[in-house]
Ligand binder design. Sequence first.
Ligand code: SIN
Length: 355
Amino acid sequence: MKKIMSMLTVVLVVFSTSVQAQKNTNKIAPRIIILATGGTIAGSGESATKAAYTAGKVPVDDLLNAVPDIHKYGKISGEQVAQIGSQDMNVVTWLKLAKRINQIFKDNLADAVVVTHGTDTQGETAYFLDLTVMSDKPVVLVGAMRPSTAMSQDGNRNLLDAVMVAADPKSQGKGVIVAMDEKVFDARDVTKTSTTNLETFRSTNFGPIGLIYDGKVSYYYQSLRNPSKKFDVSKLNELPKVEIVYGYADASPETVSNLSTIPGLKGLVYAGMGNGNFGEPVGKALANASKNGIVVCRSARASAGRITLENEVNDAELGFVVADDLNPQKARVLLMLSLTETADRTKIQQNFFEY
Ligand code: SIN
């Protein structure tokens, strides 16, 4: 009997030690899923010293194998969601990404998600996910300006930093973030500013929310524009059609009137001069589009600042909404999502001041 009791005690001690070890492992080893979509971070070129390359060539397993140190930060696994240059990013892939991330968190398959993505449209994807992912868990987007085969490639360092940021508990509750070039940006504010420089991402109005150095992230502030109410895309396979038209001196009104005839067009974002302004002929075409049921949103072609209501334009009379400080491509994202819920321009305007 004594022998049985002492054997039982040993079994219990071993069991509780392994449960504790498992708990400890979970604590120090968050589960992180890398969702790969392509881009230059997965780009491949013929020469390490020439600029030419093709984006989205390297599969996710090879990306992860190239940075073995990521496994220091957690239990890492990868999934290939798309394999494209981000100039080919589209609504269908956005919806697929948002649904997959929501499913991962709903099924408790991961504590954080990292999305590898081309830099060209990374800001738009980040903002789309920010508006549609229903979790406080970290979602970190990352990319690179040089292909994986280049001598000066930045993808491995950026990926390692992004995984570290995703694993850090401080990254929770910040909405979707972008980790690039030793900085962390809020999805809403970040934009690509240089066609070829490594230091291309900026938040032109507010700056980065955090800085990365030597394997650590320090946060300095957090956006207040992170409403808990997100857009539910779980049952959607497409979004209302919204296009963007660019403003410039002496623009022809046909830039707007021709665009307005696109079948099924529901919204038009106007990237205006200064405070979202337009010349008279374009103004008339925009007013016409608005009268015909197309929601017209005034934004700015300038890289910083915001659009204010009723400044030089009688927005209420014309039925226009303004983008606040969103750039035209992000205003398009919010307008498409808003139009999935309402065509009421007052409510849509409210969204631009809240999201
Ligand atoms: C892309 O956006 O896919 C190409 C450019 C890049 O990733 O830097």
